[in-house]
Design a protein around this ligand. Structure first.
Ligand code: RI2
Length: 320
């Protein structure tokens, strides 16, 4: 029940933001494990796997979601009693949520050091990790200003300007297409991430790549704030990040669209910024150039690699 509710909220974006989605999915699994009272270990596993699948299927791009689900579900196979299995899920979900919150705090502290007194920043969309850096810099006494974009079609920029305003940070609210007009007034771009691939490309809210390209042209540095669980292990094996395309009615009202039979709305929710437009990715484990994404995947999400090796061994045996 709680899993279905959470899944619906993630789909409709009532719950949004890659980190928050991951924590809410972990919490849904935790509650689900608590609520399964009937059955044995086998049926518990089956129930939990069903719930994991439902949650992962909600939004395809933010890799924080499958990574979080994987972390909570890992160890379920090895559990020997139903109670062990239940306790394991609950414990790992709590651990994930706590470590995610700590990660966001650490990133804020690390990221703030890259912001200088007097800087004007630009952010796109609404990222708790990116905003954490900006707010931490402000709290440490640095005088900063922020340009925040509107973020069509879902207007996440409105959430961003409210947060910045509440923190007492001087903010300029601009439409997405005004970034190039103002980029020469900007010292540093800070954005979040939904996924980071092994070649250091960053998948984030649609428009991020235009912002980064514009910044690159103007020689303005681009900093990405991303927890390690936003790195995508399977990109090592060539798996591509699926870019979610949402309904056209988020962009153009149905009653208008109906009068325009030759017009189709395209509404990708994310885009890919290549590594060469990114100067630094700030994680809770420290800042690194995007080209070092593999190290994070290997050291923090090694499970993906192990799984691949297992599969590979099986495949070679088949070939013999
Ligand atoms: P945090 C969001 O996606 C935005 O693309 C944002 O930059 C990213 O998640 C990371 O957000 P959406 O859910 O985890 O608005 O840093 O589609 O909050």
């Amino acid at each position: 029940m709680f899993v279905t509710e959470t899944a619906e909220k993630i789909k409709s974006m009532e719950i949004r933001g890659a980190g928050r989605i991951a924590r809410e999915a972990a919490e849904a699994l935790r509650r689900h494990a608590e609520e399964i009272l009937q059955g044995d270990l086998v049926s518990f596993r089956r129930e939990m796997e069903g719930a994991a699948h439902t949650l992962i299927a909600t939004r395809p791009t933010a890799v924080s979601l499958p990574n979080a689900v994987h972390m909570v579900m890992s160890g379920l196979e090895q559990a020997v009693t139903l109670e062990d299995a239940r306790k394991g899920v609950i414990k790992r979900a709590e651990q994930f949520i706590q470590s995610s919150l700590h990660a966001v705090e650490n990133i804020a502290q690390f990221g703030a050091r890259h912001i200088r007194d007097g800087d004007t920043l630009l952010t796109h969309c609404n990222s708790e990790a990116a905003l954490g850096c900006i707010i931490a810099a402000h709290r440490s006494g640095k005088e900063i200003e922020v340009f925040a974009t509107e973020v069509r079609p879902r207007n996440q920029g409105h959430i961003t300007i409210r947060t910045l305003n509440d923190a007492g940070i001087k903010t300029h609210f601009i439409v997405d297409s005004a970034v190039r007009t103002f980029i020469n007034e900007v010292d540093l771009v800070i954005v979040g991430a939904d996924a980071v691939t092994v070649n250091g490309a960053v998948v984030n809210k649609i428009g991020t790549s235009q912002v980064a390209h514009t910044a690159h042209e103007a020689r303005v540095n681009v900093l990405v704030a991303a927890e390690t669980y936003k790195f995508a292990p399977r990109t090592i094996f060539g798996e591509l990040i699926q870019i979610e395309e949402r309904g056209g009615n988020e962009v153009l009202a149905d009653e208008i669209a109906r009068t325009l039979p030759y017009v189709t709305v395209r509404n990708p929710a994310f885009d890919v910024t290549p590594a060469e437009y990114i100067d630094l990715i700030v994680t809770e484990a420290g800042a690194l150039p995007p080209q070092m994404a593999y190290i994070i995947i290997r050291d923090y999400l090694g499970w993906g690699i192990e799984e691949f090796h297992k599969t590979f061994e099986i495949n070679t045996r088949h070939e013999e």
